[in-house]
Design a protein around this ligand. Structure first.
Ligand code: SF4
Ligand code: SF3
Length: 553
């Protein structure tokens, strides 16, 4: 076996990728990711010791967050970046050991081999010793990895918040404690299950932190019609999730004759007051992440990835030399834009100059889509929404948040949205929305039937909306609300969203298009028995399950 990874919904054969990632991850990158995660656990042993003495190291905290984020599915395929990161980790580890030694603490002597000097075969051997399958008991392995994937999602939120100057020491402390806990052979399945739920609790904290960072910095998202048309200028297409990058790009492109368009998960940037004011912010181009191989061809201009999801370009692709990455994202051959030095903005000038030489985008669709229904905007409409529920005009809400993906079976979500009765409303966030956000689903008394709160990072909004409705309707339990959860997942940010919802007490979530490969039968049973989690069935079966009282069209 060259590698083993089962962290995403595309895990080969529903069990795990062993030869090459279905996502395109090479065995070499998979091995380096395993080693990096292992190294982060080791560094956390040291930071946990230091924290007990009141010592917190900002740089190391950020390194751990960024290291985890880099290993999220489709974020980074660049083996050299992983090698460089692991080398940096060794330096930080030595520094932490010296600080501990200066305090009279002799941390456990641990292996000092510089893994980056190993050959690939040696790295594979090492990865097999420390990677996922090194935990032999499948239930313990499942629980450990559930925690790790939750932490990866949490790291994404923490990094976006950090980029805007918002941090919470509790999040760093928990991440590092949990990383070490996943190596503790004395922890029972019950204790690890508790750790999983605790990961959900801190996930809520991280989501709240990011929500506060985004809305304090850029204002609350507001109802917005987003253009799908193109203009005649050359353009830059920005993808991923990082709003700080969005801000810096809009500032630096202003007055240059280059327009800015969003792709996939950057669509919700259109809803923020701070971004809408830019005349050269032209709208959205294309669909969810997996459609990039077609969208980037016709966009003609420059593309900037700020985070996941990157699809490795086909050998016939003509756009590869027009793609840039920044932050945790990377791909061999794509130009990488580094962080600004000493808090200065990133320098996008080379990329902008490149864009000026490109042709304007080719139109692929037209019209507009409506979004911007994050918590404050929905609260502003609360009276209208509550009246519609009380009068029966809105029968039920369906939370259909999460990820999109390229599997054919995801047409389930389009069909489900189409078949939902007209007195139901979809609450969404994440790129899952692309399965139905361009359908003519209409509105209910002026309330659109698809309310898009934003990115997967904004799933917190959906939880706040549910909690607000619970308060307005004076209910004791969030599960008494007329809200059903039919969530699509793909990568690890969806894992932390799921754990956060479980922590908030949400029950009976349907999860698809398939259940995670990393859930062992026993762990899946715990989730089914305690939380009512269920896989999706056929659209018609699920419609009957969700709406037993209704005549379904
Ligand atoms: Fe396979 Fe998903 Fe891992 Fe990629 S991230 S190697 S597709 S399980
Ligand atoms: Fe999408 Fe990758 Fe998860 Fe942010 S862009 S939701 S999959």
């Amino acid at each position: 076996m060259n590698m083993f990874c089962f962290q995403c919904q595309e895990a080969a054969k529903g069990t795990g990728c062993e030869i090459k990632g279905v996502c395109g991850k090479t065995p070499e990158v998979a091995v380096l990711q395993d080693l990096l995660v292992y190294q982060l656990k080791g560094i956390s042993v040291l930071t946990n010791e230091l924290r007990k003495m009141g010592v917190e190291d900002e740089k190391v905290n950020r390194f751990i967050v960024d290291g985890l984020f880099m290993t999220i599915t489709n974020a980074n395929f660049d083996n050299q970046r992983f090698v460089d990161t692991i080398r940096e980790g060794f330096k930080l580890r030595s520094m932490l050991k010296m600080v501990l030694a200066s305090k009279g603490v002799d941390p456990e002597p641990s292996e000092l081999t510089d893994w980056t000097a190993l050959t690939l075969t040696e790295m594979e051997t090492k990865a097999a010793q420390v990677g996922v399958l090194s935990t032999k008991n499948e239930d313990i392995r499942s629980l450990r990895e559930l925690v790790i994937y939750g932490l990866k999602g949490m790291a994404a939120y923490a990094e976006h918040a950090f980029n805007l100057g918002y941090e919470d020491p509790e999040i760093y402390a928990f991440m590092q404690k949990a990383l070490v806990d996943t190596t503790d052979d004395t922890l029972s399945a019950e204790q690890l299950t508790a750790l999983v739920l605790e990961t959900g609790r801190v996930g809520v904290t991280a989501m709240a932190l990011l929500d506060n960072a985004n809305t304090t910095t850029y204002g609350h998202p507001e109802i917005t019609k987003v253009s799908l048309n193109v203009r005649n200028n050359p353009g830059i297409l920005i993808s991923g999730h990082d709003l700080k990058d969005m801000e810096e790009l809009l500032k630096q492109t202003e007055g240059t004759g280059v327009d800015v368009y969003t792709h996939s998960e950057m669509l919700p940037a259109n809803y923020y007051p701070a971004f809408k004011k830019y005349a050269h912010f032209a709208g959205n181009y294309g669909g969810a992440w997996w459609s990039q191989t077609a969208d980037f061809e016709t966009f003609n201009g420059v593309i900037l990835f700020t985070t996941n999801c990157i699809v490795p370009p086909k050998s016939s692709a003509t756009y590869a030399d027009r793609v840039y990455t920044t932050g945790a994202s990377g791909f061999p051959g794509f130009k990488h834009i580094e962080h600004g030095i000493n808090g200065q903005p990133k320098d996008f000038s080379y990329m902008i100059a490149h864009a000026k030489q490109c042709a304007a985008p080719t139109p692929i669709e037209s019209g507009e889509i409506v979004g911007g229904f994050a918590h404050e905007q929905v609260f502003a409409l609360a009276d209208k929404v509550v009246d519609a529920v009380k009068s029966g005009a809105i029968r039920k809400f369906f939370v259909m948040a999460g990820c999109d993906g390229r599997m054919k079976s995801r047409s389930y979500y389009t069909e489900f949205a189409e078949k939902l009765p007209k007195d139901t409303v979809i609450l969404t966030a994440g790129c899952a929305k692309y399965r139905y956000n361009k359908l003519p689903l209409g509105d209910i008394g002026g309330i659109p039937r698809v309310l898009d709160a934003g990115q997967c990072n904004d799933s917190y909004s959906l939880a706040l909306i549910a909690l607000k409705l619970k308060e307005v309707f004076e209910l004791n339990d969030i599960n008494e609300l007329p809200i059903a959860y039919n969530i699509a997942w793909y990568e690890q940010k969806a894992v932390i969203v799921l754990l956060a919802l479980l922590y908030l007490g949400v029950k009976n979530i349907h999860l698809g298009p398939t259940l995670p490969a990393f859930l062992s039968p026993n762990v899946a049973k715990v989730l089914v028995d305690n939380f009512g989690i269920a896989p999706i069935g056929s659209v018609d079966e699920d419609m009957k399950l969700f709406l037993p009282e209704m005549e379904v069209a």
